[in-house]
Design a protein around this ligand. Structure first.
Ligand code: NAP
Length: 334
């Protein structure tokens, strides 16, 4: 698989990274329903066979469970094939299962130790602040992970879900190696100016939910959306409910022939589309089974033609118009 340099770092990331949110399972507030750990491990091994050379996880996914599963998967991989590991801190469990932001130094340092233990590794390749929450503590949290880098516990440091003003506040404390924002054909806010800014500042961009949490894979139906179990957080996400659901499914139907013409999957098209931007280092692709990564990984090697991009742009404009006609509706947080 193609690789790209992560921002100013010396890390070369495959254009598809393996996302482990769903691998955390359904036992917490933002779960993805039941998940079989053995299948998760097989999916991780399959991804590596397919050329994926890095994994994105987070302490909060399954409240530590995703990191534990990654740690178990790593045990069976020889040292020269070991993927790079990116994880995140700063989302913690509060009373009654609520999830909140915590950027105080002592918490960030303790979270890093916990992640190293669960992952069973000595150094985290990329350590990220998961959310800029609470905003007034971002400098404290950033200084804490900069110190972890100095101590050799982590190799590079980045952030997720930060806006430009927040990036500008922390850059002088320590250069930011990467930003992890949402980006897909149905979530394009980063195009406003964050991508340009990151390109100029040599901040790598590793985007999440490139397939709209599964909506852009061609595998989603009205029936599936209506029957999402209550421990799958997507059952509460407006994108998976009317009127947005029909808007999104019609959009996919319009795009499917572009993928079919190249004998590729719709999921690959969604991934190739975000990767058309040179500021992108990689797309983080959510995985639950070996078959899923087999259906998505080739998207990391698909360079869309100008004609294909123009055709997709037309479909995006049509969706934007239909969305505007719906008026002011809640399109949900990521
Ligand atoms: N930093 C953050 O705040 C943040 C937020 C969100 C995500 N992330 C990271 O980014 C990763 C990716 O984002 P995401 O998981 O939200 O969304 P995504 O990659 O857009 O979608 C992933 C989902 O698509 C479905 N899928 C995957 N391969 C498929 C295939 N070949 N055919 C059909 N369906 C397929 C699976 O769901 P089903 O099997 O259930 O259909 C899978 O869980 C996460 O795992 C996580 O590591 C980070």
């Amino acid at each position: 698989m193609q690789t790209r340099q992560l921002g100013y770092s010396d890390l070369e990331f495959s254009t598809v990274g393996l996302g482990t949110w769903a691998i955390g399972g359904g036992e917490w507030k933002f779960g993805w329903g039941e998940q079989n750990d053995q299948q998760s491990i097989e999916a991780i091994h399959k991804a590596i066979d397919l050329g994926v050379n890095w994994i994105d996880t987070a302490a909060v996914y399954g409240l530590g469970h995703a990191e534990e599963v990654v740690g178990r998967a790593l045990k069976d991989i020889s040292a020269n094939e070991r993927p790079l590991i990116a994880t995140k801190c700063s989302r913690v469990e509060r009373e009654e299962g609520a999830i909140g932001g915590e950027l105080k130094r002592a918490s960030v340092i303790a979270e890093c130790e916990d992640s190293l233990r669960r992952l069973q590794i000595e150094t985290i390749d990329l350590y990220q602040l998961h959310w800029p929450d609470p905003d007034e503590d971002i400098e404290e949290g950033w200084q804490a992970i900069a110190d972890l880098k100095k101590q050799g516990k982590v190799r590079y440091i980045g952030v997720s879900n930060f806006n430009r003003a927040q990036l500008e506040r922390i850059q002088p404390i320590h250069p930011v190696a990467s930003l992890q924002p949402p980006y897909s054909m149905i979530a394009r806010d980063v195009e406003d100016d964050l991508l340009d800014f990151c390109g100029r500042e040599k901040i790598g961009v590793i985007c999440y939910s490139p397939m709209g949490k599964g909506l852009l894979t061609g595998g989603f139906t009205r029936d599936r959306a209506a029957n999402l179990p209550s421990n799958d957080h997507r059952s509460r996400d407006p994108k998976f409910q009317e009127p947005l659901l029909s808007l999104n499914l019609n959009f996919v139907e319009r795009l499917q022939p572009i993928a079919d013409a190249q004998n590729r999957s719709m999921a690959e098209l969604a991934i190739a589309w975000v990767l058309r931007r040179p500021e992108l280092t990689a797309a983080i692709v959510g995985v639950r089974t070996p078959d899923q990564i087999a259906g998505t990984a080739p998207g990391g090697n698909w360079n869309l033609s100008e004609a294909e991009i123009a055709e997709i742009d037309k479909a995006i404009s049509a969706r934007d118009e239909a969305l505007a006609e719906l008026g002011d509706i809640d399109s949900g947080r990521v």
